[in-house]
Every structure is written in C-alpha cells, then in structure tokens.
Design a protein around this ligand. Structure first.
Ligand SMILES: NC(=O)c1ccc[n+]([C@@H]2O[C@H](COP(=O)([O-])OP(=O)(O)OC[C@H]3O[C@@H](n4cnc5c(N)ncnc54)[C@H](OP(=O)(O)O)[C@@H]3O)[C@@H](O)[C@H]2O)c1
Length: 496
C-alpha cells in the first residue's frame, strides 16, 4: 500500500539560517531528537549527491539513507532509505524550504512516499509524520534558539553527552531551605549535594533565579505546592553541566531557561526535567531570561485567554509588579490603552515608563471605579487583569464594558471569589481563571510564546526591570516584596 506523508511548519528564522543547518545531510544528530549519531560513509561531505549517511537512533536502531538530489538555489533535497529496521519500503522523501513573506520566517515542507505492510501502515504513517517530521520541526526550532548562543561545531553528540552523565559525581551546592511555613525568616541557605541527573533530566549551574509571588505563598504555606522542609522557586536560568539518559537535543554548555511546576530553583545547582528547558538565543541576558514565567504569562493573557482588539482598554492590577510591568509593555505594543493600579506615586511614575497610560494610585476601591469610568468616558474597560482576590472583584465586574472580560490570575487576599453568573449575563461579560502551567504543559506552545518573548526583549520592545539579590539574601528579597517596595521583577543570583 502506497503511503504519502506531508507535514509542514513555519520556523521562526530566515531561510538562509535554516538552510545553513538543513543543507548538511549529515546534521541530524545536532538537531533531531530521535538521532543520536550521524556519519557519512567514505567521509563524503553532507551535500554530495549519492552520499550515504548512517544514522544511529536514540533508541539504538540504525539506518542508512542516500542523498538523491540537492539544490542550494531551490533550498531542497531528496533522499531515500537504503536500510531500515522498520518496514518502510521504497521510501523517498523531500525537504523544501520557502521564505515567508516577512523574510524572518521560513516555511518548511517535508514529505515522503513509501509503502508498508497493510497491518502496519497506520503505525508507519504516524511514526514518520510525528516522530520524524514533527519532532524534527521542534528539534530544529530548539537548536536554532540554542545555536546562536553556543555554535556547536562538531561537539559532543547525544551519546557522548549521555556518557558524561553516567556515573557523574555528586556536586556540592547551596540551596535555600524553608524549614517550616512562616515569614521570610524561615528561609536559610544550606549546604547540599546534587547527584547526577536522572533519565530525561539535566543538571544546571544556575546564574539567575526568578522570585515569583507564588514562592511567597509556598513559603507561607498558603499554597500547598511546596513540601516542607523544601526549596522554593519555579524558574531559573543557567548552563547545563551534564545530561541524563534519554535526553535529546540538549548538551552540556547549553544556556537554558526553564519554568516548572516542581519547586527547587533557589539553589546554585539543580537537576530539572530536560523537557522544561528552553535554549536561550543571543541578545537575551541570563537575568532578562529569568522573566520567562512572567513574560509568557503576559503573552498568554494577551493572546489565548482573551484577544483584545487594537484600541481596546485593559486594566492591570499591580501594574508595577513583575508580571504587571511586562504585561503593560506588551499590551502597549499591541496598541491597547493601558490603565493600571499601583500603591504609590513612585510606582505610578515607574509604570508610566513601562507603557501604562493611566496609572491610578489606589488606597481603596471607591475612587478606583469612578476613576476608571472617568478615563473611559463611562464605557468601562474591555479587559481586566485581576490579582487581588475577593478584594476589589465587585469593582472589576462593575468596571467592565459590554462584552468585557476579566481574567483572575491571583488571589492575594487568599479568599475564594463566589460568583453569581447572572451578574455576567446582564452585560455579556466573560471570566477566566487561567493558570499558566496548565497551558504550558503543551511544550511546543510554551516554546512559541518564549520565542516571542525573547524576540521582544532582543528588539527592546520589552525591557524587563529587575532588582537583583544574591541567593544568600533570599530572605531580604522576600521581605522587600512583602513590604511592597519592589518594582518590576526580583531575581536571585547564585554564588553570593
Ligand atoms: N495565574 C497565573 O498563571 C499566574 C502566573 C504568574 C503570576 N500570577 C499572579 O500574578 C500576580 C503578580 O505576580 P508577580 O510574581 O509579578 O508578583 P508582583 O506583582 O511583583 O508582586 C509584588 C507586588 O504585589 C503588590 N501587592 C499587593 N498586595 C500585596 C501584599 N499584601 N503583599 C505583597 N505585595 C502586595 C505590590 O504592588 P502594589 O504596592 O502596587 O500593590 C507588590 O509590589 C500574583 O498574584 C501572582 O500569583 C499568576
């Protein structure tokens, strides 16, 4: 039975950059997660028609493929399988690139025809489409993001990297430990050892660790996400020391950022799921990259949660905060009118610099509703980003314009909002309670938003504002956040 498989993807890089990698028929081991090793027979170059490559797959299988046609002018090549452990017969595939109109993206078409036994046809079609082509698209995206930071001239292939991890020694490190739920004083810096990464993990020497509001709730014991005694922290940036078994596409020396549901980031060195890591491009510093969670949350709120049209009005509670100041800049870049709440005139000034058109200093709710209605000429706001919990929720609903949307992203007062949906029905309002981790279990989606964030940081359309504390002063950092003195994001740096 003849099977045709066609897959395509848009890669966020110009065609010359994508082709520079793909044109080498011997490059799969550097970017494809399923390929551990690649070598050309007879030492031929990877663009010689007739050349045969031998691939060792990550699962141990081997196959031989031959290059049949190769054109730099048309950005295409065609190849066939000579020997395979799988029943893929008469397999001929073509890779073809085309520039996307704006020139910064590339359209990649990957297609093949082959036959397979009837009882395995569906399995083979699925394997080629998903595990070869779609996994390849993701692998190349990751590679391109990481490659700019660390050109991988024939470096260690996956198999070598695995060998580094096997039997890797325990490394001394320091970690902040929350002994028992309580105030900032329950945190202390302890000596620990970090063992070699397990399967599908990498071990990272961290350079920047984000402090998120959730960490404070973990420390206080309000949110059950941290088992005590334990080390808080949901995200960090650093350099990979070594990788565990079954890790593809990541190498020691790679600079990566990660965010994870599993706490433990407040440390010099830690192990983390490879799946959580995103390679960092040039032009994004480690400190800036540690705003990953806050930045992709902003992107999520402005795209998938609710898409406000240009010219619409958004109100951001705590607009001078970590999420708030990024969200404000991002919203402004989408031509939204930004209203924000802050607690001091100093924060109002800071927020204006972050694109907030109307920062409102609020002491209580009563003047807030009146001020919002004054700014919007009585219409109300299209989109309200709510993080204060029950406190101020009625004001949020009252201030929404017809068909407006409220996204509840936090509950700072720790109380549950009770809602009569008829209140929403009266003006066709909608409400969401998004939790970023639930969306970002979809890793390709997270990668897309991360790349959008990094591109905005590279072009300085978004400039993160960051207060930096040594890891040893995590207590001071928490005190400063809890006393509402910080503006922008707060980051801890190990080694101090
Ligand atoms: N749902 C999600 O997926 C998601 C993801 C990320 C963050 N979040 C939520 O978004 C909110 C912002 O997160 P963030 O990490 O960027 O924090 P943040 O906004 O930087 O938090 C610090 C700021 O919160 C304000 N605040 C108000 N009441 C406070 C209190 N009782 N104690 C301390 N600070 C208080 C202060 O600003 P003012 O003085 O101006 O009030 C303070 O400067 C949090 O509620 C967080 O849980 C949700």
């Amino acid at each position: 039975m003849k099977i045709t498989v066609i897959r395509s993807a848009v890669i966020e890089a110009p065609i010359d950059r994508v082709w520079a990698v793909l044109r080498d028929f011997n490059s799969h081991n550097r970017w494809h997660p399923a390929v551990a090793r690649s070598r050309m027979e007879n030492d031929l170059d990877g663009d010689v028609v007739g050349g045969v490559r031998r691939l060792r797959l990550a699962d141990g299988g081997e196959l031989r493929e031959q290059l049949l046609r190769h054109s730099d002018r048309e950005h295409t090549y065609t190849y066939c399988i000579l020997d395979s452990p799988l029943p893929l017969f008469d397999y001929v595939a073509t890779v073809r690139l085309k520039p996307v109109t704006d020139g910064n993206q590339t359209f990649w078409d990957w297609r093949s025809q082959f036959s397979a036994p009837d009882d395995r046809a569906d399995e083979m079609e699925n394997l080629v489409g998903r595990q070869v082509y779609e996994a390849g698209f993701t692998g190349l995206r990751m590679f391109l993001a990481g490659q700019t930071a660390h050109p991988r001239t024939p470096g260690p292939d996956a198999a070598t990297a695995v060998a580094v991890a096997v039997g890797g020694e325990h490394l001394p490190s320091k970690a902040v430990v929350v002994a028992a739920a309580g105030g900032p004083e329950v945190m202390s810096l302890c000596d620990v050892t970090v063992s070699a990464p397990g399967p599908r993990q990498v071990r990272i020497r961290q350079t920047a660790i984000a402090v998120n509001y959730l960490d404070l709730k973990h420390r206080r014991g309000i949110d059950p996400g941290l088992d005590l005694p334990g080390t808080p922290g949901m995200e960090g940036v650093g350099e990979i020391i070594d990788v565990g078994q079954q890790v593809n596409g990541l190498f020691s020396g790679d600079r990566v950022a990660y965010m994870s549901r599993t706490p433990g980031a407040y440390a010099d060195i830690r192990c983390i799921d490879a799946d959580a890591c995103i390679p960092l491009p040039d032009g994004v510093s480690d400190i800036d990259a540690s705003t990953l969670l806050k930045g992709v949350t902003a992107a999520l709120l402005l795209s998938r949660v609710f898409r406000a049209a240009p010219g619409a009005t958004i109100l951001i509670q705590t607009v001078s905060g970590g999420v708030g100041h990024l969200l404000s800049q991002w919203a402004k870049s989408m031509d939204l009118t930004v209203i924000g709440t802050v607690s001091t005139t100093e924060k109002a000034k800071f927020s204006r610099d972050c694109g907030c058109d109307y920062p409102i200093v609020v002491a209580d709710d009563t003047p807030l509703a009146a001020e919002v209605m004054r700014i919007t000429n009585g219409r109300g706001v299209d989109y309200w980003i709510h993080s204060s919990g029950v406190h101020g929720f009625d004001t949020a609903v009252a201030c929404l314009a017809l068909c407006g949307h409220c996204a509840v992203i936090g509950d700072r007062d720790g109380q549950s909002i009770r809602l009569d949906v008829n209140v929403l029905k009266r003006r066709s309002l909608t409400l969401s309670v998004p939790v970023c981790f639930d969306y970002f279990d979809d890793r390709p989606y997270l990668q897309r938003l991360a790349h959008r964030l990094f591109a905005k940081i590279q072009s300085r359309m978004i400039v993160p504002a960051i207060e930096v504390f040594p890891l040893s002063q995590a207590t001071e950092a928490h005190i400063r956040i809890e006393s509402r003195q910080t503006m922008g994001a707060v980051v801890l740096t190990p080694g101090g």
